[in-house]
Ligand binder design. Sequence first.
Ligand SMILES: Nc1ncnc2c1ncn2[C@@H]1O[C@H](COP(=O)(O)OP(=O)(O)OP(=O)(O)O)[C@@H](O)[C@H]1O
Ligand SMILES: [Mg+2]
Length: 498
Amino acid sequence: MAPAEPLLAATGISKHFGGVVALADVSFDVRPGEVHCLAGENGSGKSTLIKVIAGVVAPDAGTIGIGGELFHHLTPRQAIGLGIEVIFQDFSLFPNLTVAENIGLAAQVADRRKVVRPRVVRRIAAEALERIGVRIDLDARVEDLPVADRQLIAISRALARDAQIIFMDEPTTALTWREVEALFRVVESLKERGVGLVFVSHKLEEVLRISERITVLRNGVVAVTGDVTRFDRAAIVKAMTGRAVTDARPAESVRSSEQPLLEVEGLGLQGRFKDVTFSVQPGEVVGVTGLLGSGRSEIAEALFGVTPADAGSVSVDGRPVRLRSPQDAIKAGIGYVPGDRLTQGVFLDQSIGRNIIAGSLDRLVGKLDLVRPGLAQRTVDETATGLRIKMSSADAPVRSLSGGNQQRVALGKWLARDPHVLILNSPTVGVDIGSKHEILELLQAKSRDGMGIVIISDDVPELVAICHRVLVVRQGRLVGELSGEQLTEETVLRELAA
Ligand SMILES: Nc1ncnc2c1ncn2[C@@H]1O[C@H](COP(=O)(O)OP(=O)(O)OP(=O)(O)O)[C@@H](O)[C@H]1O
Ligand SMILES: [Mg+2]
């Protein structure tokens, strides 16, 4: 059977930002009823290509053919009018509007309604959320919601408009398998209706499962394109990186010492979690996993004083500490890389360098209370190199980095500080597969140097690869602990599904 005429064909697209070539002569098309996956390392040009097609970024060269017409560039309004819908990597929701408004208003605007009826807005929003089978309070303000909910809202908003071509730029980063399954069911039904979908994800299992075709970008150039049946995991990684990538080594065992680094005793927060007791030895990596809403992130936020606990006690290095605010936690030697890094973890308009040293200013200050420039520079260089941050210069704003490289800056900020205990929420979300192992190994090296590490995650292979122990949270309580030979992908998944 000959492949159907593409719904959209971008041809010879090039784009540079200053001296950075983001795209060079890229051609890419989308056929009705298919999922076309766009893969590539962080900074390879995936989001830029999507932004060009969505009319957000004007290309230097190339054409976009759609609906029998040829465009040199599109405006966002034109793109929407042509049935193109994008779930952007940063979701681009309106934080101070409600859930209903974010989903429903967009649909009304697309229909060019002059009068907006709140009842209609609510109905559209309710239906869109229903389609992906999630319950989120329609009247909640988006800024008050966790990142996973925001991702689901962005997806619902795209679905609420009758799009012909839907681009999903890492739609599943914050979701656990349950929501991913629901999303994939929606994708199947969209395919049956002839919608063309473009899917970006660093989770290769998802890519292999959901897509018909795959195009791999490397440094802004198409490295390979073809039917997904021609690829396996190793072939995709090879095309992305130009090399074979080995998996992270499993964690070596730790000697238990007399004095745990972190001791958490009966920690609780009304309505969120209760009776949380565990400890972390020097050099130990402890995982905390659970489904969305299980309380796993709230426990982390309590330990960093973001949302303080109202019961229990915490000690660091044997000294009891009060964690009423992040300042308290930092003073106690606790560092925290939040899950929602792009709004909480970094200052997007500040330079990469400033962000990296922002957490360590006190360590970099010399006698006269001045930051020692040499030391600061060395810290920035070492961090950027260690995390392989792809940047033109450390003076560039974080906003100019690709999504995965922004994530690395947030990580780098805390690694540079060398806290006693580092709590990381989903440390490798959005990071490409090649670098993921490197980041895990970097964390392992830090733990070998004596840092205590707590990883909140539901990336099961990652937890098994790096953790000495994994604690399972369900409905706000620690319900299980896996370690040693019991700690396998199977056992963790079974605990999660229970
Ligand atoms: N507004 C901008 N200003 C300057 N450089 C930019 C801008 N947007 C993107 N770039 C650069 O273009 C390159 C491609 O970035 P892009 O965001 O397309 O990568 P990506 O493949 O989506 O990566 P990721 O997987 O990390 O999201 C990167 O080097 C990035 O730093
Ligand atoms: Mg991107």
